[in-house]
Design a protein around this ligand. Sequence first.
Ligand SMILES: [Zn+2]
Length: 185
Amino acid sequence: MTNYLRCRACDFLAEEGALGDVCPACGLPRTVFEPYPKQISERRRSLAGRHFHPIGVHLPQVLLLGCILLPIPGRFLPAPLGAELLVLAKWSVLLMPFAALLAFITGLVDGRLRFKKLETPLLRSKMRVGAAFLALTVVISVVYLVAGFGTASTWIIVALGLVAGRCAFYLGRTGASMFNCILPG
Ligand SMILES: [Zn+2]
């Protein structure tokens, strides 16, 4: 087990041996650090520090933006720009369920790593909203596969995309509130 010190000013956690004269995050002198009482195994600390889930959720977020912002201009702008936007929109829509599934799985792994179980109030709520997000991305893909970017289907895809965006906003906000959470052990 490594001993950690915590910056009293900004909450940055540093390994005792690796800390220099100042806090690398806020720049205040080393004297603002205090011992950090939680004992966390090397392996869990290092895995949590890689932030697979917060990094992994960027892909579905980017694809979701593509699915909300591209189809309408794609339909109304003249060729070739409009057609190119629709190709980008198509790939955003079709890849989104896979990206969402990967993000969901990294979320399960990350949640278990930090809290040692998935049945906590916030994780349960995140899993419900995450499952709704995943289901919405599948429905959006199915609408596209059935009707393409048609007159009605384009608006349905964008509307469902906005609902998925509301889910993503909730997931991001609750996730950020737990960014530094980890149980000892
Ligand atoms: Zn600091």
